[in-house]
Design a protein around this ligand. Structure first.
Ligand code: RP5
Length: 163
């Protein structure tokens, strides 16, 4: 895979520490990706442009993370038919519940695949993106299977150590 196929966007540089988990996972799987800061509220024109241009640039999956009233994933989904995965971030005093509801509660016809709040969500968003890409990429599908096997082994090892 040579061209950039996954785009990770986040509302602010303050989201980077959490969203880095998505980029790290994609790197581990060898999936070419890009990372940008785009805000549904602070740079609404850029968000619209980004979403409208994404398919034409060869992007296949978009991962959007945001905190507070997290409209980034939804605003992007409104302007593209690419799959959009939303990561609700724990950025406010509501511990991410605000972002979860803002991200997940999309009206019918404009889906956002919403994952867990925070770090686990960033990683799962990347896993889901890899799973989508693996539908048409056998070598990626094999890497996913190997990853699962490794994950199982690690837990079994932890259990053994505990006994
Ligand atoms: C959201 O507001 C961003 O996604 C971020 O999680 C939150 C806070 O942004 P900053 O005020 O730190 O830039 O739009």
């Amino acid at each position: 895979m040579a061209n950039t196929v996954v785009s990770i966007v986040m509302g602010s540089d303050s989201d980077m520490e959490t969203m880095k988990g998505a980029a790290d996972l994609l790197k581990e799987f060898g999936v070419p990706h890009e990372v940008s800061i785009i805000s549904a509220h602070r740079t609404p024109d850029a968000a619209q442009r980004f979403a409208r241009d994404a398919r034409g640039r060869g992007i296949k999956v978009i991962i959007a993370g945001a905190g507070y009233a997290a409209h980034l994933a939804g605003a992007i989904a409104a302007n593209t038919t690419l799959p959009v995965i939303g990561v609700p971030l724990d950025a406010s005093s509501l511990s991410g519940l605000d972002s979860l509801l803002s991200t997940v509660q999309m009206p019918s016809g404009i889906p956002v695949a919403t994952v867990t709040i925070g770090k686990a969500g960033a990683k799962n968003a990347a896993m889901l993106a890899v799973e989508i890409l693996a539908l048409s990429d056998d070598s990626l599908a094999k890497k996913l299977e190997d990853y699962r096997v490794e994950m199982t082994k690690k837990i079994e090892e932890k259990n053994r150590k505990l006994k």
